[in-house]
Design a binder for this molecule. Structure first.
Ligand SMILES: Cc1cc2nc3c(=O)[nH]c(=O)nc-3n(C[C@H](O)[C@H](O)[C@H](O)COP(=O)(O)OP(=O)(O)OC[C@H]3O[C@@H](n4cnc5c(N)ncnc54)[C@H](O)[C@@H]3O)c2cc1C
Length: 457
């Protein structure tokens, strides 16, 4: 049996897992990613030989029996992580906090964790949040973040030539043509791509922000998801001054009523190997308040962090003053993210409500073979890397199911596909001529090109 070519939009963890699943099941995949790198909100950077994270660094919910955390086995089996002993378990007593009282600490932590409007949080998420966010045995810090996982995924995808990864390619339009049952994708630089099914693994903030045009339009049900903001700063000092007993300094800033979490990376790195080279960087997460749309300038953030550190490390005032922001990511302002992480709003009151929501979303998906993946599509795992991974696998499964049920016209010839899109004949003609005169043309090179992938046989 032949399989149509499937486009996966977005090369974050959800998209990568979806693409891998499809490849393993015999599909040819075009993975389209706006940035020049894969990983999305998994974003490792290397500072003087030490890996730091501008995005995800922790493995959460490992003890969740309902939603087994398959990333554990991925990490163990496929990435040589022999056991979770190679990651550091987060135990609440080891977290050191600067905060006036328990109440403000609780607020800061919750706000930090959800990165969204707490008052509009789904009771399901609220339940899960209670008590579990001060670390705990189900959460692990990964020394090298998710880098190995990213490397392994990219290696597998590129191994047999069946996955075409287009980086620096921004999708602007997704159109399902009912007549031909094909999908036409448009990119910012004028490329057009034809395929037989789509997995949309773009962040919810991008979808809610209306940056892409969908035909048929996106379901309004996607509005039931809150997406907050999260900012990361890497601050480098002349030298390391933080005591090794301290893993985090959590600060509740009264002026903006927001939370800052300062991570001492060495606390975890040294737990693995006490002789390891010291880092002179601290990683700060700042979650601007959802309702107020509060957003500080980097200078203002730096000033607040320095004041907070001086309270605790008076004797190191000079070193603290040397601190400079050397890397920053404002995920809410980022064009290809538009949010930190998501949670369901108060309408998803329980599991039944989630299942009903999921069922209705699926109706849209089945009607046009555009299936959603992303951290926001996973109950219990939303807002996390493992949630994104699970959602990618699930979307691939759902797409395959609906393709089989539909009995897709799988063996269309390239030319037939090419001309079936009558409305866009002019562009198709231009593209055909371009392809004829440039037999080795690669997608993405010429604005206005119609790139056509015939189904693999
Ligand atoms: C600061 C921060 C810290 C976090 N810490 C943790 C943690 O410790 N543990 C944890 O489990 N989770 C954490 N998370 C959440 C976790 O990173 C995400 O849930 C997960 O990575 C999301 O994966 P995704 O594939 O759904 O989305 P993304 O990773 O956002 O992937 C979406 C992809 O789509 C691409 N894209 C967007 N628009 C377009 C377009 N128009 N055309 C083409 N491509 C496009 C993007 O560039 C991106 O690569 C954190 C998130 C943040 C922001």
């Amino acid at each position: 049996m032949s399989h149509p070519v499937i486009a996966v939009l977005g090369g974050g963890i959800a998209g990568l897992f979806a693409a891998r699943e499809l490849l393993r099941n015999g599909y040819e995949v075009i993975l389209i990613e706006a940035r020049n790198r894969l990983g999305g909100r998994v974003y490792p950077i290397n500072i003087e030989g030490i890996e730091l994270q501008l995005g995800a660094a922790y493995l959460h919910d490992t003890g969740d029996s309902e939603n087994p955390n398959m990333l554990i086995s991925e990490l163990k089996v496929e990435n040589g992580l022999q056991s979770l002993g190679q990651a550091v378990q987060l135990d609440s007593p080891e977290i050191t906090i600067i905060s006036e009282d328990e109440e403000t600490f609780g607020f800061a932590l919750k706000q930090m964790f959800e990165g969204c409007n707490i008052d509009r949080l789904s009771p399901v998420d609220r339940d899960e949040m209670e008590g579990s966010y001060e670390g705990g045995e189900d959460n692990f810090f990964l020394y090298d973040g998710y880098s190995d996982l990213l490397k392994d995924l990219e290696a597998e995808l590129t191994r047999n030539g069946k996955c075409h990864i287009l980086k620096n390619t921004v999708i602007t339009e997704v159109l399902h043509n009912v007549e031909s049952n094909n999908h036409f994708l448009r990119t910012k630089d004028g490329m057009e791509i034809v395929c037989g099914g789509v997995i949309c693994a773009l962040p919810i903030g991008v979808l809610q922000g209306g940056f892409l045009k969908f035909t048929p339009p996106l379901p309004e049900l996607l509005d039931r998801i809150n997406s907050g903001n999260a900012r990361r700063f890497v601050i480098q000092f002349e030298e390391n001054f933080v005591d090794q007993q301290c893993s985090h300094i959590i600060m509740h800033d009264e002026e903006t009523n927001t939370a800052f979490r300062i991570l001492n990376v060495d606390y975890y790195r040294k737990a693995k190997n006490p002789d390891i080279k010291e880092s002179n960087c601290l990683v700060v997460t700042y979650v601007p308040l959802h309702e107020k749309k509060e957003n500080l300038t980097p200078d203002a953030v730096m000033k607040k962090i320095k004041n907070c550190l001086k309270e605790r490390y008076e004797q190191h005032e000079g070193v603290i003053e040397s601190g400079m922001i050397i890397a920053e990511c404002d995920w809410g302002a980022d064009d290809y993210c538009r949010g930190g992480w998501s949670s369901f709003n108060e309408t998803i009151i329980d599991e039944d409500a989630f299942n009903e929501w999921f069922r209705k979303i699926n109706k849209y998906c089945e009607s046009c073979n555009i299936h959603f993946a992303g951290e926001y599509m996973s109950k219990g795992g939303n807002g996390t890397v493992h949630g994104a991974a699970l959602s990618g696998k699930q979307a691939a499964f759902e797409l395959e199911k609906s393709l089989k049920e539909r009995d897709m016209p799988l063996d269309l010839k390239q030319e037939e596909l090419f001309f079936s899109w009558s409305k866009h004949m002019l562009e198709a003609e231009r593209g055909r001529r371009y392809l004829e005169s440039n037999p080795n043309a690669k997608p993405g090179y010429a604005p206005g090109t119609v790139v056509l992938y015939k189904p693999s046989l």
